[in-house]
Each structure stands twice: as structure tokens, then as C-alpha cells.
Design a protein around this ligand. Structure first.
Ligand code: GLC
Length: 471
């Protein structure tokens, strides 16, 4: 049997072994299994980690576990308006949960970040829930499930949480540090790309799944409008290719008023020295973050890959991202797909931005370390851009080591050759990522469940026309 087929077969066995049950029914997967290291919270089901398992299961036609997961986590979603700062806000979904025994029966115990290391808030969880709900509906065509009244209420609660009053007036979403896959302090507070792309996919899902009626119409309209502004904003202001870099290099600053070009007041001196040589003439990518006087030029892999296959990136942008990936392969992939964030923060930057986090030392973990689970997203992006060979190449590289190394959580080093210093073995999303990539490349048409139609875009500047407020 070929090496790859063998890894896939073993992978499915291991994934099945990681399944956790509630009342005898499959309900999720544990973050990691069978490790002698301290469990911390790796014995829980993380929503973002399960998303990868769910995609692998759906691609294989195993839908029951995904349905059970969707219902269980819907029950964990907060349903009360909350004035108590220690309670999760209405509409929020947990980072992770586990099955515990209560009076001799199975019960669910959720963590909304209140017990997590550094108490980080999981903004991505509810987005993943909605994206999975849409993928499940797409695969099963079980619209009755999405149309159940408790499911519709869950979608509305989530939209309330995302679309109602807030402190700023951008279409993007403002979040604290570590609110998604990079769940440690890494300078990804503000408007990190990953959150914006997940928000895009969640809004697309919501407007498809809500039943048009008197209660929902206002939500559907609001989701469509926000989607339009969000898409325009990301494609316009986050996009970086060579002409755009040159523009930023020559920006005027301190512009006031409606006609300013450098709307975020980005200073040319903030362009890092590695960028000029790294950015390909035929390449491009969405920058990691954009806020007042702040453009984070780091490449975030998850955000860029998701933006490619979800359809957030337009056709030219999709190709440019794939060009950048293909021609900077040694930097981004090397010996193991793929660095979560490139390049690593080093020296004083590492001290100040991570708080001297030893786990996130340069070229380790989130800070320039490689995350094999993301191989599924490379495969999906490659299929969407009609360049599947890039996906096959990434899968071959991952499969050549993962089984022998015991499916580690992450790899270290500039080339990704070292197994992560603190990496757990039998990490479930490492296993599921390879399985999902393999299934996608075998059945590329199934990518449809994670890809969206082009949204209608109403062009605008930074939103909200400036109608003078006369009091
Ligand atoms: C780490 C990762 C996070 C993941 C969790 C469970 O905290 O940073 O993204 O969800 O482990 O695998």
C-alpha cells in the first residue's frame, strides 16, 4: 500500500478513537488523545478544532456527529441578556466543552474562556458553528434542521452579538488579542484578518439559512449590507500587492476629512524591511491587521487560505495569493505545512508584543511555527484556484512525516523540520486536517460546502456617509 494511503487509513482509525460521546451518541472530538503530558484543556472538544474534524466527517458522508455537535453547542450558547460581567454575553458560544458526570448522568461543561490560559475570549467559535451549520445543510440538504426554531433563534442571537451597538464604525470586527486559533498574546488584537474572514463566511451562511419572514427580514438585510461593506473593505484596504506597497511607500500622512487617501494614517516607515524582497511581482495577500496608524504586514496563513476558497478574495486576488504561496513555499511551508504567521517576531518585538512568551519564541508555535492541520485549507485554496497540484504537494509533505512523528500539534524552525518543542502527539486536528485535505483533493466538487457566491458589493469609503449632525 502506498505511504499516503496507509497514513489516511490509520488517520481515520485515530480520528474515530478521538470521538467523545454524550448519552451514547457521538458529539465531538477531543483536542488530543493518548499523551502522557499534562492534559490542561486538551481533553476537551474545542469548537475550532472540531470544525476540521467535522469537515473531514462531512466529506466522508458521516453527518450524524456534526448534527449532534451543532445541537449540543447550540444548547451551550448563552440565551440571556447579561449584565453580569463574569457571565458570557448573550449569543456567545464556548471555546471548548467536555462531558462530565452529574447525578449519574452525562452533562456538558463549557468554557467560554473563563478558565482558559490567559482567559482569552473565543470570538471564532460562534462563526465556526454557523459555517458548519451551512456546510452540514449543503451536504445533507436537511433544510428542516436549519429551519428549526431553536436553530433560527441561535443564528439571530449571534447576529445580534455581531451587528448591534459597538465602539467603532468600521465594517470589520474589533476583538481582543488571542480571540481565534492564535489564542495567545501575539499582537493580533484589533482587526485581525482571520476573524474578519470567518465573519464574512458566517454572514454568508446566516443570510442563506435564515427563513425570510417578518422576524428574520431585518436580520437578512443587515447581514447582506454588512457583508457588502466588509467585502469591499477587505478587498480594498487589506489587500497588499506590489503596486499597493508602492502606494503606501509614497503615502502622505495626517490627512483630515472626507477626501483623505491614506485613511488609516499609515506611516511609510512602518513598512518592514523584509517585505520589499518578499512580495512577489505576481503575488499578493491580505495583511494581518489594519487599524489606526497600524498595518500589520505579517502573513497569516489561515486568514489568507480561507479568504481564497470562501470567495472573499476576488479571482485575481485568489491567484495572487496562490502565486505568493507557490513562490515563497520554502518560507511558508518548507518541511511541514504551514506557518500560522510569517515572519516570526524576534528580539525586542517578541518581548514587547508577546510579553516574552516562551511558548511563542521566534520560529515556534504561533510565532513562525508550522501547523499541519492547515493542510486542508491549502488543499481547499488550491482547488478553488484550479491549481490542485499545490494541494497535492502539501499533502505529500505532511503525510511523509505525520504518522511517523505521531501526529504532533505543530513543528518549529525556519524550515519547519523540528517537531514542536512542546507539541502534543495525536493532536486531533492534525489528523483531521490531513484527512480533510485528502478527501477534498479526491472529490474537489465537494468544496462547494465551504465556498460562497460573490456577494453584491455597494462601493463606499469608510462606511457611513458623512451627513452633518446638526443639533
Ligand atoms: C492551542 C491552539 C488553539 C487550539 C487549542 C486546542 O491553544 O492555539 O488554536 O484550539 O490548542 O488544540
Amino acid at each position: 500500500m502506498k505511504e499516503l494511503d496507509k497514513s489516511i487509513e490509520i488517520g481515520w482509525d485515530l480520528l474515530e478513537q478521538s470521538v467523545m460521546t454524550y448519552d451514547g451518541k457521538p458529539i465531538g472530538t477531543l483536542a488530543a488523545c493518548g499523551d502522557s503530558m499534562e492534559a490542561l484543556n486538551y481533553d476537551q472538544c474545542f469548537m475550532r478544532d472540531f470544525a476540521v474534524s467535522a469537515i473531514a466527517f462531512l466529506l466522508r458522508g458521516e453527518t450524524e456527529i456534526v448534527r449532534n455537535f451543532l445541537l449540543a453547542t447550540l444548547r451551550l450558547q448563552t440565551h440571556e441578556k447579561q449584565l453580569n460581567c463574569f457571565k458570557p454575553g448573550e449569543g456567545l458560544m464556548p471555546a471548548s466543552f467536555k462531558v462530565v458526570q452529574h447525578n449519574g448522568k452525562d452533562a456538558l461543561e463549557a468554557d467560554f474562556g473563563e478558565r482558559a490560559i490567559a482567559r482569552v475570549t473565543p470570538v471564532d467559535s460562534a462563526f465556526w458553528w454557523l459555517i458548519l451549520l451551512r456546510a452540514y445543510t449543503n451536504v445533507t440538504q436537511d433544510w428542516n434542521f436549519a429551519h428549526r426554531s431553536d436553530v433560527q433563534t441561535g443564528i439571530r442571537l449571534l447576529l445580534d452579538l455581531c451587528l448591534l451597538a459597538r465602539f467603532d464604525m468600521f465594517p470589520t470586527m474589533l476583538v481582543p488579542d488571542g480571540s481565534f486559533m492564535i489564542d495567545r498574546r501575539m499582537g493580533v488584537y484589533g482587526y485581525p484578518l482571520d476573524i474578519q474572514v470567518l465573519f464574512f463566511m458566517a454572514l454568508q451562511s446566516a443570510q442563506e439559512l435564515l427563513i425570510p419572514n417578518d422576524t428574520n427580514d431585518v436580520y437578512i438585510d443587515a447581514a447582506k449590507t454588512r457583508l457588502s461593506h466588509l467585502t469591499f473593505h477587505l478587498r480594498q484596504y487589506y489587500w497588499l500587492n506590489f503596486p499597493q506597497l508602492n502606494e503606501i511607500y509614497r503615502y502622505q500622512s495626517e490627512e483630515f476629512g472626507d477626501d483623505s487617501i491614506n485613511q488609516f494614517n499609515i506611516y511609510a516607515d512602518s513598512i518592514p524591511s523584509w517585505l520589499e524582497g518578499w512580495l512577489r511581482e505576481d503575488g499578493g495577500y491580505f495583511v494581518g491587521n489594519l487599524g489606526p496608524a497600524r498595518m500589520d504586514f505579517r502573513w497569516l496563513s489561515q486568514g489568507n487560505l480561507l479568504s481564497t476558497f470562501s470567495g472573499l478574495a476576488n479571482d485575481n486576488q485568489q491567484q495572487a495569493i496562490l502565486n505568493q504561496l507557490e513562490h515563497r513555499w520554502e518560507d511558508l511551508v518548507g518541511a511541514m505545512p504551514i506557518k500560522a504567521c510569517f515572519p516570526a517576531l524576534e528580539g525586542r518585538d517578541w518581548q514587547l508584543i508577546t510579553g516574552s512568551d516562551p511558548k511563542n519564541k521566534p520560529w515556534s508555535y504561533h510565532n513562525g511555527g508550522s501547523w499541519p492541520f492547515l493542510v486542508w485549507a491549502i488543499a481547499a485554496a488550491a482547488i478553488k484556484g484550479k491549481r490542485p497540484e499545490l494541494g497535492h504537494k502539501a499533502v505529500e509533505i505532511a503525510a511523509s512525516r505525520l504518522q511517523d512523528d505521531g501526529w504532533p500539534e505543530y513543528y518549529d524552525g525556519r524550515t519547519g523540520r523540528l517537531m514542536g518543542r512542546k507539541a502534543r502527539k495525536r493532536q486531533t486536528w492534525t489528523i483531521a486536517g490531513l484527512l480533510a485535505a485528502y478527501e477534498l483533493l479526491t472529490h474537489p466538487e465537494k468544496l462547494e460546502m465551504l465556498s460562497f457566491p460573490e456577494p453584491a458589493i455597494l462601493p463606499c469609503t469608510i462606511d457611513g456617509a458623512s451627513t452633518p449632525l446638526v443639533l
